[in-house]
Design a protein around this ligand. Structure first.
Ligand code: AHG
Ligand code: MN
Ligand code: MN
Ligand code: MN
Length: 335
């Protein structure tokens, strides 16, 4: 439904999704999955806002609760076949009677270490079609049984297969950012009537931006080529102005600022973690799909993140994401 207010049309996420369905961009099933995800995000937003627990209450960690909220919303949508979460060791097949086709991968609460300080957190998700033609890969002698193997094969798809990806940022306002393959759209939660309202269409990330977002605490552990790149950003140069450093320690918060202001976010590999910290399936690939849909880039330093096929659902990859000129500059230093 569109609500008339002071002369301009308010489009809710629900009505925007129905428009996309009427235009044939998505089918009715995907519309239902996306609606159930937005429902989960509204519930998590309210949990995060109430995160300060009454003393003594034996609270489950909020990322575990958020995982239950996300899983329950997806299962009750009746359109989801398999879900893979940062908080689950293996992918979960939704029981037959209730299952649909879509594969949903998600990080139910990203930046969870920030919760107690009321710093921005988020949820990240990606949606795939089933990958059943690869079921030939099922091995008889695998340690996993046939169902588990089918789940892993269906979930471990390259990001280039994503049908939709998005995140919800829980910050001074609750912002739902979504792409269904035709640009990036943002919706802001209006607490007055608990609906996400369209706020930005076809977001374009600036081609360049003098903001870099890295955890420099790891500087001594980085490769020399990366150190040279970071040193170059700090060189005031002829303009007399070096890059600005901004790091929230929450991928969703750092990415959202990069999407709107430009710049680069990086989580490099280092001597401690040889593939970096972020997970390909439910952090790097969905964010890279959004970045590319907004005219930006998502790289592991040498190749497009969306071209990497996960071998294991919690596989980590280095991530450099943001303005195309900034990511390409980084890639030149690492070549
Ligand atoms: P999560 O809370 O889902 O485990 O993810 C946390 C990630 C990401 O949000 C953030 O950018 C990064 O961890 C911060 O890591 P450092 O504290 O090592 O910088
Ligand atoms: Mn995360
Ligand atoms: Mn998480
Ligand atoms: Mn975590």
């Amino acid at each position: 439904e569109t609500k008339k207010k002071s002369g301009y049309e308010i489009l809710t996420l629900t009505s925007w999704l129905l428009k996309q369905e009427q235009a044939g961009v998505i089918d009715a099933e995907l519309t239902i999955v996306l609606s159930s995800i937005s429902m989960a995000c509204k519930q998590i937003a309210s949990l995060v806002q109430r995160a300060v627990n009454i003393q003594g209450e034996d609270q489950k960690k909020l990322d575990v609760v958020s995982n239950e909220v996300f899983s329950n919303c997806l299962k009750s949508s009746g359109r989801t076949g398999i879900i893979a979460s940062e908080e689950e060791d293996v992918p979960v097949a939704v029981e037959e009677s209730y299952s649909g086709n879509y594969i949903v991968v998600f990080d139910p609460l990203d930046g969870s270490s920030n919760i107690d300080a009321a710093v921005s957190t988020g949820s990240i998700f990606g949606i795939y079609s089933p990958n059943d033609e690869c079921l030939a890969e099922i091995e008889d002698d695998s340690t996993l049984d046939k169902v588990e193997q089918r789940c892993v094969i269906n979930v471990c798809q390259p990001g280039s297969n994503l049908l939709a990806a998005g995140y919800c940022m829980y910050s001074s306002s609750v912002i739902f950012v979504l792409t269904i393959g035709k640009g990036v759209f943002s919706f802001t939660l209006d607490p007055m009537y608990g609906e996400f309202v369209l706020t930005q269409e076809s977001i374009q990330i600036p081609k360049s931006g003098k903001i870099y977002s890295f955890n420099e605490g790891n500087y001594q552990l980085w490769d020399d080529k990366l150190k040279k790149y970071i040193d170059d950003l700090k060189d005031p140069g002829p303009s007399g102005k070096p890059y600005s450093a901004r790091y929230i320690g929450s991928l969703v918060g750092d990415f959202h600022r990069t999407l709107l202001y430009g710049g680069i976010y990086g989580y490099p590999r280092d001597k401690k973690s040889k593939n970096g910290k972020l997970r390909l399936l439910y952090e790097c690939a969905p964010m890279s799909f959004i970045a590319e849909q907004a005219g930006g880039k998502g790289s592991d330093g040498h190749q497009r993140v969306l071209d990497i096929k996960p071998e294991e659902i919690h596989q980590r990859v280095p991530l450099y994401i943001g303005s195309v000129e900034e990511v390409e500059k980084l890639e030149k230093f690492l070549a």
